[in-house]
Design a protein around this ligand. Structure first.
Ligand code: AMP
Length: 192
């Protein structure tokens, strides 16, 4: 399957940056059966992160998307989302909002509980990490059932931000996660 090219280029299909990112994701993403629990086919992106050209291709494609969305910030979801969102923020010339698991952030926070493909969790942001009027591209590694992204979206929009879309390296289409996100644009580099 191809990526949702309309997220990246409304009129002309995949850009060279998107095509390069798709090539490295196809080549370097590793499938790990029964991790972290039996029945889950885990998409391991560590080989993508460990290759300078591959990491650059992924970051380049997402930074192009962030610039096209005219965002004021990107937000990364702990933990693998941080690894991608931070270099995307630098490349796009914006700051980053860390969306963390419960109990990691000091000061005034807001939190949302949600269900995972395996288990449950809570996500949290600092109240003053988002301002009304911020336009934020949400970034994670994988969209699976969509519960994590939904919770992250709700946190950001509850704090007054406009979430311009969810960008992920991989969308696991069989799990139907984008349904959880309603009208929010879902922008996977690659759909598998
Ligand atoms: P979900 O809430 O089900 O969409 O799960 C998304 C989060 O869990 C992401 O932050 C992913 O890092 C992780 N995740 C869930 N399923 C997988 C999978 N099959 N392979 C890799 N990561 C996954």
């Amino acid at each position: 399957m191809t990526a949702a090219a309309d997220c990246f280029s409304e009129f002309s299909g995949p850009t060279p940056a998107l095509t390069a990112a798709q090539e490295v994701l196809r080549r370097l993403t590793r499938d790990v059966a029964n991790f972290p629990v039996p029945g889950v086919l885990f998409k391991d992106i560590v080989p993508v992160l460990g290759d300078a050209d591959a990491l650059g291709a992924v970051v380049g494609a997402l930074a192009e998307l962030a610039r096209g969305n005219e965002v004021t910030k990107v937000a990364g979801i702990e933990a693998r989302g941080f690894l991608v969102a931070a270099p995307v923020a630098v490349a796009a010339g914006v700051g980053i909002v860390p969306i963390r698991k419960a109990g990691k952030l000091p000061g005034q926070t807001r939190k949302v509980e949600y269900a995972l493909e395996y288990g449950t969790a809570t996500l949290e942001i600092q109240d003053d990490s988002v301002r009304g009027g911020d336009r934020i591209l949400l970034i994670d590694d994988v969209l699976a059932t969509g519960g994590t992204a939904r919770a992250a979206h709700d946190l950001l929009s509850g704090a007054g931000a406009a979430v311009t879309g969810l960008a992920v390296l991989l969308e696991l289409s069989a799990l139907g996660g984008r349904i959880q996100l309603g009208p929010l644009p879902v922008c996977p580099l690659l759909v598998v």
